[in-house]
Unconditional design. Structure first.
Lengths: 382, 239
């Protein structure tokens, strides 16, 4: 079997069934299943140790290759009263791509583990953190906010302040989604202090990005975003760099520095697209549409087209709107953009019109227009 | 093996010669394709025959089928994969597995009249049987006694116990279970244990995962995380 991590092996189903019967006859089945469970819990522990570090995404991708095997180990654990182990596997390993199913499964395991007293604070923290992330991905801000508070409390109780800070960080963005501005700024201020104290450069970079996009003081915002960029570049967090580049583009746009805005957004779209991050490319395209429209040059007509492309990509990604999009004012900006800058087809949306944008096509459309702005503003300055 | 080959070729013993020598002389000037089917249970003897005869009989060609390599000089191995199974229904009628199933079903169960709507079930069935020709043939025979949907439903059980072949086939090929048991019995104790332990994996696995499941004696001690691919220790650069 050719897999993303190289050559693998698989028994024909007929042989697997036959071997399974022989294993039972030999009386080895519980011991071997126990060994499989040990492998799975060891894998879950490894994931716990890299969670919210730059290597997390790769580790999760590798774990997902073995999702079926992890699930088998989890089921065996649950069937044999090992609810704590079952929960750890469910919390850490992406057992399914379906966010709703996974969230429900973790919650179910968490409930059972609580009932059977097979739960420690670290395991509960990881379970709530996973629920936080899944609810966040589903734009379920109240659930994400609640779960993040639970996760933070359990991580603090377990003596894991770095993970508690990360839980509060996601909670801050969820509070933003809920429109609880005061809570967002309080939480972000807390987590920045916490990450600084713990020398978590990635956490600090991400939280400075949020703080910069939140700040009404554009000079301070620019400074924070520059610091965030340095941190995220240094730890090797390309998606963090991309989000922050998008944020810097938005800040530059609001400062009236359209050339810089175009340059930052070009970087963001390039990074998101190179990692096939469809959902995040979508919101970066929307920021690009605003900047292109504001530039008021001959490319202005592309703004509506980009919004339509963003809608198309968003539908493909199953990812909703994020709180930070154009500093949460995208809704107000969309209407005029489509009315002023696009033809009717773009305003109706590509799906309805029978058109469709691939990730690379949409990115190329935006980057072409943004580069034109960068060149023009440089010429103007010259 | 030498005796069996001599018997099939009608070569008689000659006093003062071994049967190998007699065979070699008899074959030395003959154009012959010798087919040795299912060598795995006599793999050493089959290898010895090839090693002896091929250098002496330049016109002799040997085609051997075996679960194991003979590991003889000049061996050219051709692996025979399972029959192709389509991912979707569009190309299903052209796939080897589906064609074999339908051909054997119409030959063995004349009352079976597949309709277009049955194609999905046939594909599912072929996939469940791993595209194995013998398994497909044995399953197709079942249509004499049950409908296609009943047969598909049985696949959720230990289907290889349910399928029975014809009377004229070799006993070990009359049921899938017999096929597997015959092959399983040829394995050493260690190999049998390995196969049984690998059955714990419901999906594909790496060599390291296999070794971890097979090698060490069962123990409650947790295996080293570095035993498994993809689990590098936490990087020292991580904050």
């Amino acid at each position: 079997v050719n897999a993303p991590d190289g050559l693998r092996y698989q028994l024909l189903e007929m042989l697997r069934q036959y071997g399974s019967d022989r294993l039972a006859e030999r009386g080895d089945i519980d011991q071997i299943q126990q060994r499989l469970l040990s492998w799975a819990t060891s894998g879950a522990e490894q994931l716990e140790s890299v969670i919210r570090t730059p290597v997390m995404d790769d580790a999760l991708r590798e774990a997902a290759i073995n999702a079926v095997t992890y699930r088998a180990a989890m089921r065996w654990a649950a069937a044999h009263g090992r609810e704590g182990a079952a929960l750890r596997i469910a919390s850490m390993v992406p057992l399914t791509k379906h966010r709703g199913e996974r969230r429900a499964e973790i919650l179910e395991r968490l409930t059972v583990a609580e009932r059977t007293s097979e739960l420690d604070d670290a395991a509960a923290g990881h379970a709530w953190a996973a629920i936080t992330n899944l609810a966040f991905e589903q734009n379920d801000w109240p659930a994400s906010l609640h779960a993040s508070a639970e996760a933070a409390a359990h991580f603090e109780a377990a003596g894991l302040p770095r993970l508690a800070a990360w839980a509060r960080y996601i909670g801050a963005i969820s509070a933003w989604g809920e429109g609880q501005s005061a809570q967002v700024d309080r939480l972000i201020s807390d987590v920045i202090a916490s990450f600084r104290q713990q020398d978590d450069e990635m956490g600090l970079g991400y939280s400075l990005w949020v703080a910069s996009v939140r700040s009404a003081d554009l000079a301070a915002a620019k400074e924070m975003a520059a610091e965030a960029d340095g941190l995220l570049q240094r730890v090797g967090a390309p998606m963090g760099v991309a989000h922050n580049a998008e944020g810097r583009g938005i800040i530059a746009y609001e400062r009236g520095e359209l050339g810089d805005a175009a340059r930052f957004l070009t970087d963001a779209i390039g990074l998101f697209a190179s990692y096939s991050n469809i959902g995040c490319t979508a919101h970066a395209l929307e920021a690009a549409a605003v900047v292109i429209s504001a530039a008021g040059r001959e490319d202005a007509g592309r703004a509506g087209e980009l919004l339509a492309a963003a809608d198309d990509l968003r539908a493909q990604s199953d990812q909703g709107h994020r709180p930070w999009e154009i500093r949460a004012r995208l809704g107000k900006l969309r209407g005029p953009l489509i009315a002023d800058g696009a033809d009717g087809a773009a305003a109706r949306g590509p799906t309805q019109d029978g058109r469709s944008y691939s990730l690379s096509e949409a990115a190329a459309l935006a980057v072409g227009a943004l580069r034109s702005i960068t060149r023009s503003t440089a010429d103007d300055r010259a | 093996v030498f005796e069996a080959v001599a018997q099939v070729l009608g070569v008689s013993d000659i006093a003062g010669e071994t049967i190998a020598e007699t065979l070699a002389r008899w074959l030395s000037d003959r154009y012959l394709l010798l087919i040795l089917d299912n060598c795995e249970h006599v793999v050493e003897a089959a290898a010895a025959l090839c090693e002896l005869l091929l250098p002496m009989c330049s016109r002799l060609r040997i085609l051997a089928t075996s679960r194991e390599f003979l590991d003889v000089r000049g061996e050219h191995a051709i692996q025979t994969p399972s029959l192709s199974i389509p991912d979707g229904l569009a190309l299903a009628p052209l796939s080897d597995a589906v064609q074999l199933f339908l051909a054997r079903a119409s030959a063995k169960a004349p009352s079976f009249r597949p309709e277009d709507a049955d194609l999905g079930t046939v594909v599912q069935l072929c996939r469940r049987l791993d595209g194995l020709p013998l398994a497909i043939e044995l399953a197709a025979v079942q249509l004499r006694a049950m409908s296609l949907s009943q047969l598909a439903a049985r696949l959720h059980e230990r289907f290889w116990r349910l399928t029975a072949g014809g009377r004229t086939g070799m006993p070990r090929q009359r049921t899938l279970e017999a096929v597997v048991t015959w092959s399983y019995d040829l394995l050493s104790e260690v190999e049998q244990q390995a196969l049984a332990r690998l059955a714990v994996f419901p999906d594909h696995f790496t060599l390291d995962m296999a070794e971890a499941a097979i090698s060490a004696p069962p123990s409650t001690k947790r295996p080293s995380s570095t035993s498994f691919p993809g689990w590098s220790p936490s990087p020292s650069s991580a904050p």
